[in-house]
Design a protein. Structure first.
Lengths: 87, 177
């Protein structure tokens, strides 16, 4: 079984966690705790955001950047003999 | 044929059985359809040249959280670079995915492009129906293609993986499928 190092765990759990919190977690909070939000004729949900959209954006962005940086790290940190990257 | 994947996630041992045939088949379908998405977007801009991204990287991006970075590209040589880099990049990403060449590199840059489209289109009205949009799903599909190294299935990366240069420089295997 593959052994995970600290950087693997950061990418897996922090990166993925932030994306899931931003998209799903805050989405659920908005749906349950936000103001009532009628849907317009064009399907747009009209309500004031409980969590500012900018904050939500930055949470998701940070998660995606962690994933992206991890991808770059994998290439750069792989040892010449093909061993796993070390921390 | 079936493969058993066993690993640990969140401290739990997890396992999943995957049909080898269906996984290989699905990777090719996913790669070709996603590749065509980008190839079409790139070629369409090149065929209908000139392409001008100034509205996107300028006034549109300025209203978003990526504004401070992206608006640096709204004039001069950086705009010229953007006007060429976007269509050529999309075309190369699309080609790379379709033929399975340098697949992980293509998928990485596909996800990189989607990052901008997702936030800039989203924050300027695209999220009116919710934050899960085509761009976010596209980004996740690029992530999946890179994770699974999809280029080795009926792709040029299968040959590249056997080449001397990949054997001599193992880190390069993360650039191919």
């Amino acid at each position: 079984m593959e052994q995970l190092d600290t950087i693997d765990r950061i990418a897996l759990y922090l990166g993925g966690g932030l994306v899931l919190i931003g998209v799903v977690g805050i989405g659920l909070i908005e749906m349950i705790g936000g103001t009532s939000h009628p849907v317009s004729g064009e399907g747009q949900i009209e309500h004031d955001a409980l969590v500012p959209l900018e904050i939500r954006s930055y949470i998701i962005l940070l998660g995606l950047l962690i994933w992206g940086l991890y991808a770059v790290y994998r290439v750069v940190a792989t040892k010449p003999e093909g061993g796993a990257a070390s921390t | 044929m079936t493969s058993n994947i066993r690993t640990r996630l969140l401290g739990q041992e997890v396992s999943v059985s995957v049909s080898d045939t269906w996984l290989a088949y699905w990777l090719v379908v996913l790669r070709v359809v996603t590749g065509w998405w980008l190839l079409h977007a790139g070629l369409d801009k090149l065929v209908n040249w000139p392409f001008d991204a100034s509205w996107f990287v300028g006034s549109t991006a300025a209203e978003t959280s990526l504004g401070p970075f992206v608006t640096l590209f709204d004039s001069g040589i950086l705009l010229t670079f953007t006007n060429w880099a976007v269509p050529i990049g999309q075309t190369l990403i699309g080609l790379g995915l379709i033929v399975g060449a340098l697949t992980r590199t293509a998928a990485f840059f596909g996800a990189f492009l989607m990052l901008f489209f997702y936030f800039i289109n989203g924050e300027t009205g695209g999220w009116d129906h919710g934050l899960v949009t085509g761009e976010l799903l596209g980004l996740l599909i690029f992530g999946m293609i890179a994770t699974l190294g999809a280029g080795r299935v009926l792709g040029i990366d299968a040959y590249l993986a056997e080449s001397d240069i990949i054997r001599d420089y193992p880190r390069l295997r993360y650039l191919i499928g």
